[in-house]
Design a protein around this ligand. Structure first.
Ligand SMILES: [Zn+2]
Length: 487
C-alpha cells in the first residue's frame, strides 16, 4: 500500500489518520463468538471445555492485534469464487467454494464474512448448520471433520457488499462500488466484505474466479485469464486463476469499463495493464513502466515470483495504491514511477513473502519504500544513502516516537512503518556492506517464496549471512521510541 503522492514527513499522515478505532475490528472484538455451548445446538463436545479446544476452530487465527481476523483449526488451499455482480443494483451473488485441510478435529469452525446474506452452506456436499455472529460465519458440519482431512465448504450468498469505511488505517477498503462497477482492494481485512474466507495473510491459498457481469463490463482479477470471456445473452463471464498462494487481502475482482493492453516485458514476463476510460492516456505509461520495473526488480530481488505482472488504474478516488497480487491497483490518480516501483516491489515483499502478524508490516512497507529509493538511485537521482541522510536529519518527532517494528493496529500505515522501516534497511546496508545486503534480499525472497515470515527470521538471516551480531542495530531502529544514534 502507498498513498498517492510522496510520503512527506508531518503531512503524509493527515490524509489517513482519522479519529476513532478501526470500526471493523472494534465491532469484531465486541461480537466475537464466545464458543459458548448451546448457540447452535450444544453437542456433547461443545459442552466440555477440554474437548472444545480440540474440536472447535477458534474465531481468530491468533494475531493478538486482530483477535477475530482469520480463523483457527484449518488451512485453506483454494478458493473457487463463482460470482455475479450487477453494477446498477450493486448486488453480488454466487457461491464460494473453500477447499481446506483440517489442522485438528473440527466439529465447528468459522469463516470471516461481513454483511451479505448466506442462504446455504454445504460441507463435503452435505448441508451444514450455520449461524452469524458479527463478522463470523460459524459452521457446524453434519459430522466432525477428521484431523488432517481435506474438506470443501460451499457457501451460497448474496447481497450488497458493505466496504469498511473511514477506518483509521486506510479510509475505505474492501469491495467498493463505483459508477461503472467496483474497485476491490482489501488491506488489511476487507476480503470478508465480498467472500467468506480465512481473512489473514498467515493463511494463503490459490484462487479461481468466475465472475459474471453485464456484457461490456471488464472483470480484472489476479493471475491470468483462462480463455476469452464467455458471453451468454446480456452477460459475460470472465474466468481468472491465480495459481500461486495469495493472501486474501490481495485478491481482487475489480470491474467496470476498461481499456486493456497485454504483452510481455523485455525479460519475457507476461504483462497486463488496464485503465478506466478517464485514465486512457496513461495506459501506455502504466504498461511500459510496470514492465521495466518488473524486469529491474527481477535482477535486484531475485526471479519474479508470479506468472504475470501489471497494473490497473480505476477512477475511484481511493487516494492510495494497493499491491494486489500480479495486479497493483491505483485508485483514482496517475501513478508516477516511484509508486509503481513501490507496488511492484511488494510482489516480492508482501505478496510472495507475506507477513505472519500485522505488527511486522515493516517487512512489506519498509522494503517497498526502500525500493522507491533504489529506483530513484537507479534513474540517476538521489542515492538511497542520501535519502537516508535527509530523513535522518528530519525533526519529525512523530516518526522517532513510533517504532516501526511494531506496527500499531489502529495506525498500521504510519509513515514510520514506511520511512523508518526503509531507513532500517539502509542502516543495515551501511553495517554489512552492499554485497551481503543484496545477497540477503535475494536469499530472503528465495527462502520464504510463497510463504509467510517474521521479523525475527529476517534478523536471524541477516546475522547468519553477515556473520555479525545485529541485535543492537535492529533494536534501535525497529523497537525504540527514539531516534537511533548513527554507528
Ligand atoms: Zn506499500
Amino acid at each position: 500500500m502507498q498513498l498517492k503522492g510522496p510520503r512527506r514527513l508531518t503531512t503524509a499522515l493527515l490524509s489517513v489518520t482519522v479519529f476513532g478505532l478501526n470500526a471493523c475490528s472494534a465491532s469484531n472484538g465486541a461480537t466475537a463468538p464466545s464458543a459458548a455451548p448451546g448457540t447452535t445446538g450444544g453437542t456433547a463436545a461443545a459442552r466440555s471445555p477440554a474437548s472444545q479446544a480440540s474440536t472447535i476452530g477458534t474465531a481468530g487465527i491468533g494475531d493478538p492485534d486482530f483477535p477475530t481476523d482469520g480463523n483457527g483449526g484449518y488451512d485453506v488451499e483454494n478458493y473457487a469464487l463463482k460470482l455475479a455482480y450487477d453494477p446498477p443494483t450493486r448486488k453480488l451473488s454466487g457461491t464460494a467454494s473453500v477447499k481446506a485441510r483440517a489442522a485438528q478435529i473440527l466439529s465447528r469452525f468459522d469463516l470471516d464474512l461481513h454483511g451479505l446474506t448466506v442462504s446455504k452452506v454445504n460441507v463435503d456436499g452435505r448441508p451444514a448448520r450455520f449461524t452469524r455472529q458479527g463478522d463470523e460465519l460459524i459452521i457446524d458440519p453434519a459430522t466432525a471433520i477428521a484431523k488432517g482431512a481435506m474438506f470443501k465448504v460451499a457457501v451460497d450468498y448474496a447481497g450488497r457488499p458493505d466496504p469498511v469505511r473511514n477506518s483509521s488505517n486506510l479510509g475505505t477498503y474492501g469491495f467498493i462500488p463505483t459508477k461503472d462497477g467496483a474497485f476491490v482492494t482489501s488491506e488489511p481485512n476487507g476480503a470478508k466484505t465480498w467472500f467468506p474466507c480465512n481473512d489473514h495473510p498467515a493463511d494463503k491459498a490459490t484462487f479461481d474466479f468466475d465472475v459474471t457481469v453485464p456484457s461490456g463490463t471488464t472483470v480484472i482479477a489476479n493471475g491470468e485469464m483462462r480463455g476469452a470471456p464467455v458471453t451468454s445473452g446480456a452477460t459475460s463471464t470472465f474466468s481468472w486463476r491465480e495459481g500461486h498462494p495469495m493472501a486474501t487481502y490481495l485478491a481482487t475482482i475489480t470491474l467496470g469499463k476498461f481499456d486493456v493492453k497485454t504483452g510481455k516485458t523485455a525479460g519475457g514476463i507476461p504483462a497486463y495493464a488496464a485503465t478506466d476510460p478517464a485514465f486512457r492516456s496513461d495506459l501506455d505509461f502504466l504498461y511500459s513502466t510496470s514492465a521495466k520495473v518488473t524486469d529491474y526488480w527481477s535482477k535486484v530481488f531475485g526471479p519474479y515470483p508470479f506468472s504475470s505482472t501489471g497494473g490497473v488504474i480505476d477512477d475511484f478516488s481511493a487516494g492510495y495504491a494497493l499491491e494486489n497480487q500480479t495486479k497493483p491497483m491505483y485508485g483514482g490518480f496517475q501513478p508516477d514511477e516511484s509508486i509503481i516501483a513501490h507496488e511492484l516491489a511488494h510482489q516480492w515483499f508482501g505478496d510472495s513473502v507475506s507477513i505472519t502478524r500485522w505488527k511486522d508490516l515493516w517487512l512489506n512497507e519498509g522494503f517497498a519504500t526502500y525500493a522507491e529509493w533504489l529506483w530513484t538511485e537507479h534513474n540517476g537521482g538521489l542515492s538511497a544513502d542520501r535519502t537516508f541522510t535527509d530523513y535522518y536529519s528530519s525533526k519529525d518527532a512523530a516518526m522517532w516516537k513510533y517504532p516501526p517494528g511494531v506496527a500499531q493496529r489502529d495506525d498500521l500505515f504510519n509513515t514510520s512503518v514506511y520511512v523508518r522501516g526503509a531507513m532500517t534497511l539502509q542502516a543495515l546496508r551501511r553495517q554489512i556492506g552492499d554485497e551481503t545486503f543484496f545477497k540477503l534480499l535475494r536469499t530472503w525472497t528465495a527462502q520464504h517464496k510463497y510463504g509467510s515470515a517474521t521479523t525475527d527470521q529476517f534478523v536471524n538471516l541477516a546475522e547468519k549471512l553477515s556473520g555479525r551480531q545485529l541485535d543492537d542495530l535492529f533494536n534501535a531502529w525497529l523497537y525504540k521510541p527514539v531516534r537511533p544514534t548513527l554507528q
